[in-house]
Design a protein around this ligand. Structure first.
Ligand code: GDP
Length: 191
């Protein structure tokens, strides 16, 4: 089972036990309020803060993930603001990113349309070979669902993306999301 490691612990212990370490820039894109910051905080700190403030500009956090094959992946995570007025800044973060998580809220068709806008942007201007993942967040609100899993899955397949539904609130599929990204990133070569 892959697991996350505090960075200091990783430095002191893992160089002996893990042979291959690689770091990747990862960017989150999507409408404001879909839960990007909560996904990152759930993954990095294991917490959910319902009073989480809207991201202004972009924020940065990092987290490591140790995989079963002794590879350590260090994610440098850029969480971008969803508001229109910051859209022009997004290319600063997704150009050069190895992976992009495009998030929508399963209760909001508008946020699914916005996710499709970001996918097109990434296809036009993202790094060649960028790993793109489509995430339907707030899966705990399934009673208010208005984007079907099937539509999202079909859209993701057409656009060569991995698709997963998550809940930052309940932690459902949050680690799995980052593990799937790690699996799709180029593997560092053994030293
Ligand atoms: P961002 O603007 O995309 O970064 O969105 P935030 O992470 O700030 O979250 C916006 C709001 O959605 C906050 O009030 C969160 O409490 C709520 N939220 C985020 N993720 C979830 C989730 O998985 N389930 C539910 N029910 N609420 C969520």
């Amino acid at each position: 089972m892959p697991y996350t490691l505090p960075y200091a612990l990783m430095c002191s212990v893992c160089y002996n036990n893990f042979k291959r370490i690689k770091q990747f820039a990862l960017v989150l894109l999507g409408d404001s309020g879909v839960g990007k910051s909560c996904i990152v905080l759930r993954f990095v700190r294991g917490q959910f803060d319902p009073t989480s403030k809207v991201t202004v500009g972009a924020s940065f956090l990092s987290q490591t993930l140790a995989l079963e094959d002794s590879t350590i992946v260090k994610f440098e995570i850029w969480d971008t603001a969803g508001q229109e007025r910051y859209a022009a800044l997004a290319p600063l973060y997704y150009r050069g990113a190895a992976a992009a998580i495009v998030v929508y809220d399963i209760t909001s068709p508008e946020s699914f349309s916005k996710a499709q806008y970001w996918v097109k942007e990434l296809q036009k201007h993202g790094s060649p070979g960028i790993v793109m993942v489509l995430v339907g967040n707030k899966a705990d609100l399934h009673e208010n669902r208005s984007v079907s899993s099937q539509d999202a899955q079909e859209y993701a397949e057409k656009n060569n993306m991995f698709f997963i539904e998550t809940s930052a609130k309940t932690a459902d599929n949050i680690n799995q999301l980052f593990e799937e990204i790690a699996k799709r990133l180029p593997r560092p070569t053994a030293s």
